[in-house]
Design a protein around this ligand. Structure first.
Ligand SMILES: [Zn+2]
Length: 199
C-alpha cells in the first residue's frame, strides 16, 4: 500500500495546472471531476492544493508550519455550505438504514461528507455521487467522484448540482471499480431522499 513519491501518475502534467482552480473552487464540473480522481493518487498535486489553499484562505496564519491534508478542505467547504441559511442537508443511509454520510447543498454547490463509509483503495476504486431526478425513466446523473480515507473522511466530493434541487428526488452513492465515473451506477451503497422535493 505504500506510495512511491518519486513516481508520478503519467498524466500528472495535465492536472498540475488545475490545482489552483480546485483550491479556488473555480473549476468547471468536468475539470473538477477529473481532478477529484487524480488528486488522491498524486502527492505533488496534494501539496500544490494545500499551498494554494493556504495562500487564499489565511488559514495558514494560525498553524504556520503545518500543511493541512486535503481532507481538511472538504470539512471547511462543508462548514461553509452548511452555515449558509438556505443550505440543505440530505442524509445518506445504507441499505440497513444506518447513516453513512450527508450531502450538503447550497445553490448549485454540493459537498459530500462520509460518516461510516469504508475506505476505498484509491488506485483501484472510487465512490461516485449521483442525483436521481423525478420522473419515470429519467436516468441518474453522476455529480462527483470522491474517496474515503482510512479515518473515514471524504477526499474530493465537491461538485455542482447541474439542476434545480427541487427536480431531484434523491441522491445515491455508488462504489465503482477503477477510476472513472460510469454512465450508470454499478453498486449503490447508500442513498437519501431530498426532503420536501416535489413530484
Ligand atoms: Zn498531479
Amino acid at each position: 500500500m505504500s506510495n512511491n513519491p518519486s513516481t508520478l501518475p503519467d498524466d500528472h502534467e495535465s492536472f498540475a495546472e488545475l490545482a489552483a482552480g480546485w483550491a479556488l473552487y473555480a473549476l468547471d464540473a468536468q475539470d473538477r471531476a477529473a481532478f477529484a480522481l487524480h488528486l488522491p493518487i498524486c502527492p505533488p498535486c496534494q501539496e500544490a492544493v494545500a499551498e494554494f489553499t493556504e495562500a487564499i484562505s489565511g488559514f495558514a496564519a494560525q498553524i504556520p508550519d503545518v500543511a493541512p491534508p486535503p481532507q481538511v478542505w472538504e470539512r471547511i467547504r462543508a462548514v461553509a455550505l452548511e452555515s449558509a441559511p438556505d443550505a440543505t442537508s440530505v442524509r445518506l443511509a445504507s441499505s440497513d438504514g444506518s447513516t453513512v454520510g450527508r450531502v450538503l447543498v447550497h445553490g448549485q454547490h454540493l459537498q459530500v461528507l462520509a460518516e461510516g463509509l469504508p475506505r476505498n483503495r484509491v488506485r483501484k476504486a472510487t465512490y461516485v455521487l449521483w442525483s436521481l431526478p423525478h420522473g419515470e425513466g429519467a436516468p441518474p446523473r453522476a455529480l462527483t467522484p470522491f474517496d474515503v480515507d482510512e479515518r473515514g473522511a471524504v477526499i474530493g466530493g465537491a461538485g455542482e448540482l447541474g439542476a434545480e434541487l427541487a427536480s431531484i428526488s434523491a441522491f445515491a452513492v455508488s462504489f465503482e471499480r477503477g477510476r472513472v465515473m460510469p454512465k450508470a451506477p454499478s453498486k449503490v451503497v447508500a442513498s437519501g431522499a431530498v426532503a420536501g422535493s416535489g413530484g
